[in-house]
Unconditional design. Sequence first.
Length: 244
Amino acid sequence: MIKTKTVHTAALALFASLTLASTTLASAATPQLELRQDAKLGSILTGDKGMTVYLYTKDTPGVTNCYEQCAVAWPPLLADALPKLPAGMPGKVTLVKRKDGAQQVAYNGWPLYYWVRDQKAGDTTGQDVGKVWYAVNPGPTVGTARGGELGDYLVAPNGMTLYLFTKDEKSVSTCYDGCATAWPPLLTAYLPAEKGSKLGTTARKDGALQVTYDGKPLYFWAKDSKPGDTTGQNVGKVWFVVKP
């Protein structure tokens, strides 16, 4: 009777451990997507363990063209189930089937990859490699909000109001040091060219890419605390919301 009870207990323990292992594997097969704020690239998407994910401009939406040696250097972000986007992040995540039948995660149609030379969370050494590999920014770079007396104005993907600085020159930012602390620039890792779009980028002194609209560098205002705030309007008579 004692032996039977011991065997039964051991079997239950084995079953529990196998169940736990199965659950862990299932969880690991669905990558955890998060947003990270990078000092030079702005908000970028990360996969498991906080590793940066990239897009390949030689792909097309819904189609991966990275195989063999390319896929050794740029391992595709694979999943058995559709991962969730971080809360509040715009856009859509899908799965793209590769030639071997594996499912690769895609964001707004663009297949996602890791870079073999990134060693730890926060590394972005794959940025701009070959002028075809870029970290992934969330959703459209800017959107439009309606502001009552202010009319329509541009906002970032997080809904925060964007501003222009009248002392800037076309596609050149003159806001640095203390100015950039009060008026953080809207940064981007990669800005897909859209026909007819007025969006562009300008290189800052530290090499960061700042988003421009019709040549005007775009900024946040540190004293805006939530989406819909426009407290930076007309500050010093040189800062204004941006009209689309």
